[in-house]
Design a protein around this ligand. Structure first.
Ligand code: FUL
Length: 626
C-alpha cells in the first residue's frame, strides 16, 4: 500500500480528477459514495467505481489515473463469486416459449413437484456461488403473490394459489448460505400501464420494493434490456434513476446488472468473453442519461471489442468500474423445452465457456432452467455434475510454490515462480489484485522445460482471473513477464495445473422426426414458400438462423401457412421467435394440431418490422410422430 501511495503522489495530481456523479440524475442515495470518492483526492490514492478525467489530462496521466480505479465493495464481493446459476422459470416453462406475450392464462402454471431445495442443493453441490431467479420475465407473470397485478402465481392452481416461488427459492438459498439475486424484467407485456410511463414506473418500483423488502438479502438485481415492441409498439420511458435509488435504499449490498450500474452484460448470449476484458471501462452504463451521447462519441456499444485500451482512454472523459458478466444457457433456449432435452451443451462446450468467461475476467452466469415438474431436469443435473467434477479435478493440485503471495512488477519485469517436483502442467491461472485496480495490459508465460525455457502462453488483460490453456509440458519453473501495464502490476495468485482429461464432443444425434430434404424445392424466396414434393403429415417447424448469427434480416414475427395444392392456403401458426436476435439458436414451433400439407409458407418480419430474409436452409420441418 505504501508503494502505491508513493506512486500515487508522484503521478498526476489526483485532486484534478473530476467530480461528476456516476448517474447525472442519481440525486438521492444512489451513487453517493462513488461521487464523493471521485470528487476529491482520495486519501488512499484509489478511486472507487468511478472517475472523471480532468479536462486537461494528458494520455499518460489518464493511464495513471485509470490504474487507480477500483471496484466498490459490493462489486468486489460479486466478482469473487465467479459462478452464478440463472434460473429461468415461469409461464414460458409451461407454454413452451422463449418470450410470452403477456396473454397467457395463469392457470397453466402448475409445477406439481416443485422443490426449490432440489435446485439450490444441486447448484451448491456443483460449485455455484449465487443464483438469480426470473421473478418476472417479459410476459409479466410474477412468481410471487404481488399486490401489483393479478397476473401471478396467486392466480394459478399451484398450491391452490397460495404458493410463492420467490419465497421458497430465497429460503432454500438462505438455508444453503447461497446469495440470492432476482431478475425483474422492465419490459412487461402484460401490465396495462406499460407505456404510460409514470404509472408504469410507479408499478415497477412497487414490484421492486416488494421483492427487495420481503425476501431477505438480495445480492444482485438483473434488469434486462430487451424490448421487442417493434416500431408500432408501446413506448415506455423507464425511470432508471428511481429504480436504482430503490435498490440502493433497500438493499445497499446488491449489485445492479445489465440495465444497472455495477455489472456489465458481456455483449452476447453465447458464453464468449473477450480476450481483452477490462473491468475499468469507458462504456457509460446504459442507465445513465448521458450514456447514448458518451458512447456514441467514443463509437462504442455493449458488444464493442475494445472498451478499455489506452486508445479508448485517450478520448474518454470518464471511466467506470463496470465488470463483465457472461450469461449463457446450458440449453439452446433460456426456458425449459422438452424438445431441447437432447440438446444440452456438451461438457467440452461448457468447459470452453468456463475458460472464456471466468478465465477471462468475467463472472459466468450459467442458466439451468427448471422443468414443468418444478425440478432441475435430470440431464442438466448430470451435465452440471460432470462440469463440477471436471473443474474440481483440474484445479485441485496447484503446482506453483508460493503462488499466493502478493507480487508486484513494472512493465518489462519478470515474476519468477518455482513449481513442485515432477510437474506436468497445461493450465496457468493468474489473478490480479483488483483491490488495487486492473493494470496488466500484456504478459507472457514461460515454462522451464527439460529443453530449456519455452513460451507456453501470452495474453493481454488479467483482472480478477485469467486462465490460459496450452499443450502439456513438464516444467520446474515459471516466468511471468509483464510486457505492458499501467503503473505497477500486482498479482495475488499465480497457479498452474494439469487439466482433467476431456473426451471429444459427442456427435449430436439428429432428430428422427426431421423431414428429409430430398424432393424439397423453394418455390418463392419472399415469403419463403416450400414445395415438399409430396403431401406430408407435419407436427412443427424449426427455424435456425444461418451460422447461429443474428442479422438485420433475421425472422422475429412469423405467420406460417400450409397448402395441399399450392393455391388454397390456411394459416397454421402465428407467433414470434422470442429473443432470436440475442440468442440466434434454433427455435422450434409446434403446430397446435398435425397438418397435412405439401406446401409450406413462412411469412416473417424482422424486429424492425421489415420483411425478414429466411432461406430454405434455415428451415427444418418435423414429421408427425405417432
Ligand atoms: C434476454 C431475454 O430477452 C431472454 O429471454 C433472457 O431472459 C436473457 C437472459 O436475456 O435479453
Amino acid at each position: 500500500m505504501l508503494r502505491q501511495l508513493i506512486l500515487f503522489c508522484a503521478l498526476a495530481a489526483p485532486s484534478a480528477a473530476g467530480a461528476a456523479p456516476p448517474g447525472e440524475q442519481l440525486r438521492q442515495t444512489a451513487g453517493r459514495n462513488e461521487r464523493a470518492s471521485a470528487a476529491t483526492a482520495p486519501a488512499d490514492g484509489f478511486y472507487t467505481k468511478y472517475l472523471r478525467f480532468p479536462e486537461d489530462a494528458t494520455p499518460d496521466e489518464k493511464v495513471a489515473l485509470a490504474a487507480r480505479l477500483v471496484p466498490s465493495p459490493r462489486q468486489l464481493a460479486w466478482q469473487r463469486r465467479e459462478l452464478t446459476a440463472f434460473l429461468h422459470f415461469g409461464i414460458n416453462t409451461f407454454t413452451n416459449r422463449e418470450w410470452g406475450d403477456g396473454r397467457e392464462d395463469p392457470r397453466c402454471f402448475d409445477p406439481q413437484e416443485f422443490d426449490a431445495r432440489q435446485w439450490i442443493r444441486t447448484l451448491r453441490e456443483c460449485g455455484f456461488e449465487q443464483v438469480i431467479l426470473t421473478a418476472k420475465h417479459h410476459d409479466g407473470f410474477c412468481l410471487w403473490p404481488t399486490a401489483t397485478t393479478g397476473h401471478s402465481v396467486a392466480a394459478s392452481p399451484w398450491r391452490d394459489g397460495r404458493g410463492d416461488v420467490v419465497a421458497e427459492v430465497s429460503r432454500a438459498c438462505a438455508e444453503a448460505g447461497m446469495p440470492f439475486g432476482i431478475y425483474l424484467s422492465p419490459w412487461d407485456r402484460n401490465a396495462a400501464c406499460y407505456g404510460d410511463s409514470e404509472r408504469y414506473n410507479r408499478f415497477f418500483i412497487e414490484q421492486l420494493t416488494e421483492l427487495l423488502t420481503g425476501y431477505g438479502p438480495i445480492s444482485e438485481v438483473w434488469f434486462d434490456g430487451a424490448c421487442g415492441e417493434g416500431p408500432d409498439g408501446r413506448r415506455q420511458e423507464y425511470d432508471w434513476d428511481a429504480y436504482l435509488a430503490t435498490i440502493r435504499r433497500l438493499q445497499p449490498e446488491a449489485v445492479s446488472a445489465v440495465m444497472g450500474e455495477d455489472v456489465r452484460w458481456v455483449g452476447n448470449e453465447r458464453g464468449a468473453g473477450r480476450e481483452t476484458e477490462w473491468s475499468a471501462t469507458v462504456l457509460t452504463p446504459g442507465v445513465y442519461a448521458r450514456s447514448a451521447a458518451n458512447n456514441a462519441a467514443l463509437g462504442i456499444f455493449a458488444q464493442a471489442p475494445d472498451l478499455g485500451s489506452r486508445e479508448q482512454l485517450a478520448s474518454a472523459r470518464e471511466l467506470f468500474w463496470y465488470p463483465s458478466e457472461v450469461d449463457v444457457s446450458i440449453r439452446p433456449g433460456w426456458f425449459w423445452h422438452e424438445h431441447e432435452n437432447t440438446r444440452i451443451k456438451s461438457l467440452a462446450t461448457l468447459v470452453d465457456i468456463y475458460f472464456s468467461s471466468v478465465g477471462r475476467n468475467s463472472v459466468l452466469l450459467l442458466n439451468v432452467p427448471p422443468d414443468t415438474r418444478g425440478l432441475l431436469a435430470d440431464a442438466d443435473v448430470t451435465r452440471l455434475r460432470e462440469l463440477a467434477g471436471y473443474l474440481a479435478r483440474t484445479f485441485r493440485d496447484d503446482r506453483v510454490l508460493g503462488g499466493e503471495r502478493i507480487r508486484r512488477a513494472d512493465a518489462g519485469e519478470i515474476l519468477r515462480y518455482r513449481l513442485r517436483r515432477n510437474s506436468r502442467i497445461d493450465v496457468v491461472m493468474l489473478c490480479e489484485r483488483i483491490e488495487e485496480g486492473q493494470r496488466i495490459e500484456a504478459f507472457t508465460v514461460e515454462a522451464r522445460t527439460p529443453d530449456g525455457w519455452r513460451e507456453v502462453a501470452h495474453g493481454t488483460t488479467v483482472g480478477n482471473k485469467r486462465l490460459l490453456r496450452f499443450a502439456p509440458v513438464e516444467a520446474s519453473k515459471l516466468r511471468i513477464r509483464i510486457d505492458g501495464c499501467r503503473s505497477t502490476a500486482a498479482l495475488d495468485r499465480a497457479a498452474a495445473f494439469l487439466s482433467d482429461e476431456l473426451l471429444p464432443e459427442e456427435a449430436r444425434q439428429s432428430d428422427p422426426r426431421l423431414l428429409p430434404r430430398e424432393g424439397r424445392r423453394t418455390l418463392l424466396r419472399a415469403p419463403l414458400t416450400l414445395d415438399l414434393g409430396r403431401t406430408c403429415r407435419l407436427d412443427g417447424l424449426i427455424y435456425a438462423p444461418a451460422g447461429g448469427l443474428a442479422t438485420p434480416g433475421t425472422a422475429f414475427r412469423y405467420r406460417c401457412s400450409a397448402s395441399e395444392d399450392g393455391t388454397t392456403w390456411r394459416e397454421i401458426a402465428v407467433g414470434e421467435f422470442g429473443n432470436i436476435m440475442h440468442n440466434p439458436q434454433p427455435q422450434q414451433l409446434d403446430f397446435a394440431t398435425p397438418v397435412e400439407a405439401r406446401y409450406i409458407r413462412l411469412d416473417a418480419t424482422a424486429p424492425d418490422g421489415e420483411a425478414a430474409r429466411v432461406t430454405s436452409e434455415e428451415v427444418e420441418l418435423l414429421r408427425f410422430a405417432e
